[in-house]
Design a protein around this ligand. Structure first.
Ligand SMILES: Nc1nc2c(ncn2[C@@H]2O[C@H](COP(=O)(O)OP(=O)(O)OP(=O)(O)O)[C@@H](O)[C@H]2O)c(=O)[nH]1
Ligand SMILES: [Mg+2]
Length: 243
């Protein structure tokens, strides 16, 4: 496992971005994100959490972390979204953590979520693409799959929200225990984390977001289904029967 390329600073806000085979948009997304963060005057870090890429993603992430003091990166073995997020959150030094996606980088969500967290109106804010007022501009099939997935979570696990895969922002100290308690990895980590947050003593709220991806996802929707269903069955077993 490689160490984060920048170590000493303690920023106020940590933005963790998992990346996998993102050579096409990585550089422009990180540069553009920093351009949009600059006027906000925040003290922040961007953590690029990579695993399993077979293209030039690692090389580009290292170059970005060498070039920009706010950016760091690490790489940990096989492709695994959940493991990358978990490790990225573990390395985050900010009081607030934002879980981003490289094809979204939604500073409008960052602003609204951090304001809510600063005012202590919630411990976790989720940007939902499925709640009233949201605009999901992904292809209809992906939207429908997300609605179906949320309904499954409601049915199997009593999930009370609308979107576990939305962008998230949270107070690190309040939620770190829930992150560490998560047993599911890969795609289902995001759902377990959110469901655990709802079941904990923390206040979780959703706000509507507009989702407009910069590129289609790297992994085909249908290829993800078997793994998601397997992990969902495991998650149901863990949460229903083992707490
Ligand atoms: N480190 C890591 N990052 C990943 C992996 N798979 C996807 N990502 C990253 O996770 C983010 C979201 O991935 P997408 O391919 O856009 O998937 P998506 O269907 O839009 O995501 P969800 O709707 O949140 O499930 C991007 O920043 C990807 O680079 C992985 O195996 N490892
Ligand atoms: Mg996406």
């Amino acid at each position: 496992m490689s160490e984060p390329t920048n170590g000493a600073r303690r920023p106020h806000i940590s933005i963790v971005i998992p990346i996998y085979n993102e050579e096409g948009i990585l550089r422009s997304a990180v540069v553009d994100l920093q351009d949009r963060l600059k006027p906000l005057g925040w003290s922040y870090e961007i953590i690029l959490a990579e695993n399993g890429s077979s293209d030039r993603t690692v090389e580009l992430a290292v170059t970005l972390s060498e070039r920009y003091p706010e950016v760091s990166s690490f790489s940990i073995g096989e492709p695994n979204y959940g493991k990358a997020m978990r490790d990225g959150i573990g390395r985050a030094k900010g009081e607030f953590v934002i879980c981003e996606e490289i094809d979204l980088c939604d500073t409008d969500f960052h602003l609204r979520a951090i304001e809510i967290l600063e005012k202590r109106e919630a411990d976790m804010v989720i940007g939902s693409k499925l709640i009233a007022g949201a605009e999901d501009e992904r292809p209809f099939l992906r939207h429908a799959a997300s609605v179906g997935y949320t309904n499954l979570l409601r049915l199997l696990l009593g999930f009370r929200g609308t979107d576990t895969h939305g962008l998230k922002a949270f107070r690190r100290n309040s939620l770190l225990g829930e992150v560490e308690a998560c047993l599911a990895d890969k795609d289902v980590f995001a759902s377990e984390f959110v469901i655990r947050a709802y079941r904990s003593s923390n206040t979780v709220i959703e706000i509507p977001v507009r989702v407009l991806e910069k590129r289609p996802p790297s992994i085909n929707l249908f290829k993800r289904v078997p793994n998601v269903l397997k992990n969902l069955a495991k998650l149901t077993w863990m949460i229903r029967f083992q707490g």
